[in-house]
Design a protein around this ligand. Sequence first.
Ligand code: ACM
Ligand code: ZN
Length: 529
Amino acid sequence: MKNTFLLVLVLITQISFAQQDSSLPLIPRPNEITLQKGCFKLSETTQYYLEDKSLLKELDFFIAYIKKNNGFTISETKNPKQKNIIKVLKRKSKENSEAYGLTILQDQISIKGDSNGVFYACQTLIQLVNARRSNAVDLACLIVNDAPVYRWRGMHLDVCRHFFSVSFVKKYIDILALYKFNTFHWHLTDDQGWRIQIKKYPKLTEIGGWRKGTMVGKYDDHMYDTIRYGGFYTQAEIKEVVAYAQQKHITIVPEIEMPGHAVAAISAYPYLSCKGKQIDVERGWGVFEDVFCPKDSTFKFLEDVLSEVLELFPGKYIHIGGDECPKENWKKCEHCQMLIKKEHLKDENGLQSYFINRIEKFVNSKGRQIIGWDEILEGGLAPNASVMSWRGTEGGIAAARQKHYAVMSPGKPCYFDHYQSREILYEPLSIGGYNPIDSVYAYNPMPGVLDTAERNYILGAQANVWTEYILNEKHLEYMLVPRMCALSEVLWTEKSNKNYPDFIKRLKQHTKLFDQLQVNYAKHFLTQK
Ligand code: ACM
Ligand code: ZN
């Protein structure tokens, strides 16, 4: 009888823990989480202890959050034995440098990890406090052992079709960091605007940064306004954003498009194209025939540009575009045809491959790697290139089979410029497509057809935010949040720990955080179960 009673008690306790577990407002869901009895009272009497001073910059994000949100300061103590303490211990994980441990007991919180891990533990803590604005917060006791499934957890932003300010880009990075993304793909050059200052070629931003008007409304209407539109980031601003992202453990991958999507560059320096004719920065959307001509003067220009870009962005990868390059002008260009013969190339696809190979050699010579859209597979992949698979998953699969790294970013469901509801009359005009939040959540970046060795080449995934039809910050936030929350769990959490109804339950608790960040999130999920 006594045993039965105990068994029932244990079961009840476990059930209630399980319920509490799913109601913890954590996204992405940690991979190992066990609830304990009791809670830790976080208040102005709580102090922190650092085993290693270098980790203060990570813990500071939590301290600053509490100061802003709850109005009290957590001060330092030198005594690790003290009660009511947040203890930060530097521990390197052999398996995963992004791993962390977080233990909340009644008398102490302990965080273990390397700098990445401590940063992620702090994001988890911020989510646990989750906009509860009292001057003391009860945190349920728990043990978390957590590490991400994927190495590349990315979000992309196109600042060419519509321009976004430095302060907004920082806000974008804030949102990414809160959901444990580690890569920001910054699409900086395109037909409709060149957005990064290059000191050796000032016309890129003086001329290439501005267009005479912009397509308005649906593509098929072919309507344009006549308002001069543009903008660019100075190198000082770029440095500021790179440093800001670094503090938040986010690597920026800059994209300099070539050989296509080059109209803005050609408008500034017409000699870069086959025809050498003066053209205007594009006002409309699409794919355009004026592309870089693979002549020595073009390569000189691109190497100069990339040299400045490499100085500004310290990460391993430079994105060189490579997508949607029409070959019409190359077919008619004497130089291009001569080069195909001279280099014994098969055709214009071979010439595109030659182009990317030559750029790769240059980037590799500076100790960096290139990544490009999946068209760079056509005509032969450059020896060390990584591939971003956007036209479905085939490009990523082909790359992995050739022992090249790949990032999965298929239009379905990773294009966040697509509609998120079928009721499009109630949605802002979009480029098309349909990627609702449940389809993002259900996405599995690992192609089932790959064998174990090939799977190692799938770095992760990212979602892309192209801005042809995204006109301003509020609109962009609406397309981004909460679909990126769903993607964060796809990238961080083991498949066996994922559960859509549970995710929606947790997401509903994040609205307080969204409001606090002043993020204009899409609200379709509020009526989902
Ligand atoms: C792309 O969407 N053109 C990569
Ligand atoms: Zn040419």
